[in-house]
Design a protein around this ligand. Structure first.
Ligand code: N01
Length: 549
């Protein structure tokens, strides 16, 4: 494994990843604190997960005016979104706009994949190596690698001998894929698969959708934004930001303070019909107890199942699509544009691979246990990600006394606040396991983490502190809080959820994100900083900074 040489540049901070988090972290450390910072990015451009996610129908489920940076009113006012939900091309255009506006690209090394990070205790530096053999060293290491960026490609025997083409949605070819007239098989019906089906179906000769777990979905009701709405967004930065900061999931809408049980069946139906017409993730925000109370949840779940049965014309297909085995929104709730409607097309077939599992991939297609074989030209894996821990494991991180993050997390991730891991000093993990991350509108939780880390580093530099680490005890305490918060909801009750790591064979089953809500988490982190960082170990020392070039 290549290691850096003595001639390698010494930086104050090295940031891995140029998505929402890495870009804002670079801006904060370089332009606010005056530090020498650099971003290493595997992709050929900015965008992080959006650099790779270019599959048909790829679009964010957060509304565009909330899926952007909110730290600067100037930036906010300069950019105008065109649709209710931003498509992947528009998100990349936005990320490039921000990178250019803040002059970030000069400190981002693209096409540079990090393969190893080692803490050099004697020098109190992180030494980082890349795939091409380059080495870097820095006082602080900040991982900005995202939560959903390591593709999960199931190990189905025979894939290597498949004679057609195959793709994973999370690393889609830049030039796109031409489905015209092709026989396509899509494996996976999560948020991604549900977005892709109608778009692929409109182009392909035939589409077979391999469904293992039936899923809820609510219409997105995407639409172009009106000039009035755009003007309202531009002029209401402070109020929208305040709402996003005060809500559980960092979205720009609040959760109604009423129980499903408080309303009559007629009222419930009227509320849900209206919410269905309005569309989007706020469907679940009509009641406070959707994720807290099984009975309340079942009423919403039944409403969605009825909708599925009313949309899908073939009763057998409708029954399979509506045979959902988990509470509504206990897995990440998808939203869609004509997903269920796609099954009314003559060229779309649902294949129930829970009843008849995929046995192998043959040179010609996919064979099921029953012996049935679907002949395919293209297989699309919409099979999700090795979420939250996968991207960090790919960095091969080694801390004090040669301990590896892989070994430390053998039984599941342990962190303090999702921000630090004991024995890995001066390393911060943006949206790490144990933080709200994937349960929150991402830019909101990213901004909170970046700002907290920046304030923390400013504090260390101002007080001559050379090393910050956390302790096993702090991680234990926080782990208990993460568990308590999860168990107060219906979220951990889904055995096949990626929140629990259950989608990756052999991965320990630990509920990874913090379910206590973004607003509560934000207050807690602020309190920790205000009290002088209890739970962290701060060591004085030579506050060496990177040499000027
Ligand atoms: O992945 P998933 P995703 N045989 O893991 C199936 C975010 N996102 O890419 O449920 C057959 O949810 C698997 O079946 P099962 C969002 O946070 C955001 O869709 O394990 N099937 C499931 O149906 C989301 O939650 C946006 O039984 C197999 C599917 O593949 C996260 O990304 C847009 C299989 C995987 O679903 C991940 O979503 C899209 C096998 N061997 C996604 N292995 C935004 O809006 C897996 N499956 C920002």
């Amino acid at each position: 494994m290549p290691l850096d040489t003595a001639a390698a540049p010494t930086l104050d901070a090295l940031i891995i990843g140029a998505g929402f988090s890495g870009m804002y972290q670079l801006h904060s450390l370089r332009d606010r604190l005056g530090m020498k910072a650099m971003v290493l990015e595997a992709g050929g451009g900015v965008g992080g997960t959006w650099y790779w996610n270019r599959y048909p129908g790829a679009r964010c489920d957060s509304e565009s005016h909330s899926y952007c940076y909110a730290f600067s009113e100037a930036l906010w006012r300069e950019w105008e979104w065109t649709e209710r939900y931003p498509g992947h091309e528009e998100i990349r255009r936005y990320m490039n706009f921000v990178a250019d506006r803040l002059d970030l690209k000069r400190d981002i090394r693209f096409n540079t994949r990090v393969i190893a990070c080692r803490y050099d205790e004697a020098a109190n530096l992180w030494r980082v190596s890349t795939e091409t053999g380059e080495g870097f060293s820095a006082r602080y290491l900040i991982t900005a690698v995202g939560c959903l960026s390591t593709a999960n490609i199931p190990k189905i025997p025979g894939l290597e001998a498949f004679q057609g083409e195959w793709y994973h949605t999370g690393s889609w070819p830049q030039e796109g894929v031409d489905f015209t007239g092709k026989r396509v098989g899509q494996i996976g019906t999560g948020s991604t698969g549900i977005q892709a089906v109608p778009v692929i179906a409109a182009q392909a000769g035939h589409l077979a959708v391999f469904q293992r777990t039936a899923n809820y979905s609510v219409p997105a009701r995407n639409k172009p934004l009106t000039p009035e709405f755009k003007a309202w967004v531009r002029d209401n930065w402070a109020a929208i930001r305040e709402t996003m900061h005060s809500t559980v999931n960092g979205h720009p809408f609040t959760i109604e303070d009423r129980s499903v049980h408080e309303v009559s069946d007629e009222e419930l139906k009227a509320i849900l019909e209206k919410a269905w017409e309005r569309g989007g993730l706020q469907f679940r925000a009509n009641f406070r107890d959707v994720l807290l109370d099984e009975g309340a949840n079942a009423k919403l779940a039944n409403f969605v199942k009825d909708k599925i049965r009313s949309i899908v014309k073939d009763p057998e297909t409708a029954a399979k699509l509506a045979e959902i085995d988990h509470p509504y929104a206990a897995k990440r709730p998808p939203i869609d544009t004509d997903y269920f409607e796609a099954f009314n097309r003559d060229n779309v077939a649902l294949v129930d691979v829970r009843a008849d599992p995929i046995e192998r991939i043959t040179p010609k297609g996919v064979r099921l246990r029953s012996g049935k074989e679907a002949e395919l030209d293209i297989i699309v894996f919409a099979t999700g990600f090795d979420a939250m821990t996968g991207p960090l494991m790919g960095l091969n991180i080694i801390g004090v006394d040669g301990k590896t993050l892989a070994k430390e997390w053998e039984a599941g991730p342990r962190t303090y606040l999702g921000l630090q891991v004991a024995g890995f000093p001066n390393m911060f993990t943006i949206t790490g396991p144990g933080s709200p991350s994937v349960l929150c509108n991402m830019p909101v939780c990213i901004e909170q983490h970046v700002e907290w880390i920046t304030d923390c580093i400013a504090h260390l530099r101002a007080n001559g502190i050379a090393r910050i680490d956390t302790t096993g005890a702090a991680m234990e305490d926080w782990g208990r809080e993460v568990e308590r918060a999860a168990n107060a909801t219906l979220l951990p009750r889904v055995p096949h959820s990626w929140y629990l790591g259950a989608n990756v064979p052999g991965k320990p089953r630990v509920f990874m994100p913090y379910a206590g809500g973004m607003a509560r988490y934000r207050r807690h982190c602020a309190e920790i900083a205000a009290k002088g960082y209890p739970g962290f170990v701060l060591e004085r020392g030579e506050p060496a900074q990177a040499a000027a070039e």
